[in-house]
Design a protein around this ligand. Structure first.
Ligand SMILES: [Zn+2]
Length: 233
């Protein structure tokens, strides 16, 4: 196995928060329970620990499918793998993203001036640095005050034909905005990934993401293992 991994031409980065009790969640209640149903005490020769999970579908690092706010659009199980493995672009606004920050068109234009136009089919991650509060749910939630994305910026990314949008906060929309980013992205059959971890390990361009949610029938949201592949030099 080691031989395969050293030959593998990518460094692998885990962009996923660990699911556990009392993690940050949208409504502040515990959205994740892991119960032990059988604890190595079966009568069989080899004993097992058997667990049961109960969780909100939109818990932890998770993916919103178009059906999340559009009846009749694609659900989790209908997403095409082709669209879930994609080149990744990381826009770093962490040195200015406070709780009132909203990603603007100007910010994207500045990024493109420095790094070139965002290419079609890219997955764009907005790195705000807010995941530093992940372990402190009250601060992370902050009464729905966290860095977000403006409608105009979302529209520009959609014009660029990106495949999806990720952010290291609870959501690219704050409730008071009326969810225009969800409406724009999910309405155009794109997807959103929220609560991304470790975006600081990503290069601005040149990496790939694998955004693989658990495959639930009729799912509108699902926990995801989000992984980035960075080409080895
Ligand atoms: Zn969402």
């Amino acid at each position: 196995m080691k031989i395969i991994s050293s030959a593998f031409p990518y460094k692998i980065i885990d962009l996923t928060h660990t699911l556990e009790e009392n993690i940050s969640s949208w409504n502040g209640s515990c959205g994740f329970h892991q119960e032990v149903k059988l604890d190595y005490n079966s009568k069989t020769e080899i004993s097992f620990r058997v667990q049961q999970l109960k969780m909100h579908a939109g818990i932890g690092t998770h993916l919103d499918a178009p059906a999340h706010c559009n009846l009749g659009k694609k659900t989790i199980d209908q997403l095409e793998l082709n669209n879930l493995v994609a080149p990744c672009v990381m826009i770093d606004v962490s040195n200015r993203a406070d709780e009132h920050y909203s990603l603007s068109v100007e910010e994207i234009e500045l990024f493109e001036k420095n790094y070139g136009i965002i290419e079609p089919e890219s997955f764009v991650i907005i790195k705000t640095g807010w995941d530093r509060f992940w372990k402190e749910p009250k601060l992370y939630h902050n009464n729905f005050h966290f860095p977000s994305v403006s409608k105009e910026a979302a529209d520009l990314l959609i014009q660029r034909k990106v495949i999806g949008l990720g952010i290291d906060t609870l959501s690219p929309d704050r409730p008071e905005s009326g969810y225009p980013v969800h409406a724009a992205f999910l309405g155009s059959e794109k997807y959103i990934v929220e609560n991304i971890a470790h975006a600081d390990h990503l290069p601005v361009k040149g990496s790939f993401i694998m955004a693989l949610p658990i495959k639930t029938r009729h799912g509108t949201e699902a926990p995801i293992r989000l992984v980035a592949l960075i080409p080895k030099p």
